[in-house]
Design a protein around this ligand. Structure first.
Ligand code: NAP
Ligand code: FER
Length: 336
């Protein structure tokens, strides 16, 4: 039987804000699999902010996506055909094989997903890369401990929502910065954050933060950068830690930004600022997944998914990350 693959390729590089025209949907016949290979059918695909960087023609920790190449990203799949004795038809595996409906793998770099503890889609967020980012960024880079005041930007997103909940589990005071009143309600009423600030309606971010952080800020987990991060610096506590996880406010900037700003605040506070990549902690991923799974199963960590239907709508889902369309993790549902 002929199987037709649909895939989204990079049609052009964005100049400034990414648009749907930067992507193109293509079809191709899936070839027969060879010895050792598996054919994977995509169930969900993940859209993540880092993909914006991979659309630029700039080498970083990973090569850029080339024009005409399938957009990069992690997919959650089911084994449809197998010539690899390690993988049986029907198993659920995650793979970094990009925005497409079918993919062929030689079996290397696949992550087998246990469907029993939680819905399989969590493997793309709280029980996957974003959850690991939250875990190591908060506990190892921010060094959060009992009694600390933790501020997290992008607090209603895939990473930020988990950061705040782990901080609550560790008995911290947690303040989240988000882009709508609805998101403030979600993080405070459902997720247990102590306070939330809507940066889009705040008249004075420093004053609003100061109100909720009377003893200063011990840990700042930064997902966004820009003016939101500027407002944190004057409130840093002695020996505080700042983790630079993401700077999404600048991913679509056409020209270089000003800064870094307000660094003199690091002098009297002896604060530490450190960037990190989740893959730095690769060897310890099992430790994070074990703890995160326990917390999800016990209900100590809750999550939300914003699911868009259809592979063809992945560009729209992706672009929505930059205007805050998602509460929780943005996913694309491709097949049952
Ligand atoms: P996400 O937070 O689920 O989605 C992005 C969110 O960013 C949006 O919902 C939006 O929420 C907010 N946002 C967009 N533009 C903004 C702006 N100009 N100013 C302030 N907020 C803005 O995405 P995620 O997957 O959890 O990723 C969060 C951050 O972590 C990203 O910066 C990402 O690059 C970074 N990250 C880093 C690593 C690493 O290894 N270092 C790994 C994973 C993720 P609002 O409605 O609140 O604006
Ligand atoms: C991310 C943002 C940036 C991320 C990785 C990077 C894995 C890395 C950027 C670079 O190497 O330039 O969300 O997630």
């Amino acid at each position: 039987m002929t199987i037709v693959n649909r895939k989204l390729v990079l049609a052009s590089r964005p100049e400034g804000m990414v648009t749907e025209d930067n992507f193109r949907l293509e079809e191709e016949t899936v070839r027969d699999i060879e010895d050792g290979e598996v054919l994977l059918k995509t169930l969900y695909l993940s859209v993540d902010p880092y993909m914006r960087g991979r659309m630029n023609d700039r080498k970083s920790y990973a090569d850029p996506v080339q024009i005409g190449e399938v957009m990069t990203g992690e997919i959650l799949t089911q084994v449809e055909q197998s010539n690899n004795e390690s993988y049986q038809v029907g198993e659920i595996v995650a793979a970094r094989l990009g925005w497409q409906a079918y993919a062929i793998s030689d079996g290397r770099d696949l992550r087998r997903i246990d469907p029993s503890p939680a819905p399989i889609s969590t493997a793309l967020h709280v029980l996957g890369m974003p959850g690991e980012t939250a875990y190591f960024g908060l506990l190892d880079v921010c060094k959060a401990k009992k009694g600390d005041t933790v501020v997290v930007s992008g607090a209603a997103g895939a990473v930020g929502s988990v950061v705040g909940q782990i901080a609550k589990i560790k008995d911290c005071r947690v303040v989240g910065i988000v882009g709508s009143d609805e998101k403030v309600r979600w993080i405070t009423e459902d997720l247990g954050f102590d306070a939330g600030i809507n940066y889009k309606t705040s008249d004075h971010m420093v004053k609003d933060l100061a109100k909720h952080c009377p003893d200063g800020i011990n840990c700042y987990f930064d997902n966004v950068g820009g003016p939101i991060t500027d407002a944190v610096f004057p409130l840093l506590a002695l020996n505080s830690h700042i983790a630079i996880c993401g700077q999404i406010s600048m991913y679509n900037s056409a020209k270089a930004e000003q800064g870094p700003r307000f660094l003199w605040n690091l002098i009297p506070t002896r604060a530490t600022i450190q960037g990190f990549l989740v893959f730095d902690f690769f060897d310890r991923f099992p430790e994070a997944i074990k703890d995160l799974t326990e917390w999800v199963v016990s209900g100590q960590i809750k999550y939300k998914e914003n699911v868009i239907e259809g592979l063809e709508n992945a560009p729209r889902a992706f672009i929505g990350l930059f205007s805050g369309e998602n509460t929780g993790k943005q996913l694309v549902h491709v097949a049952d």
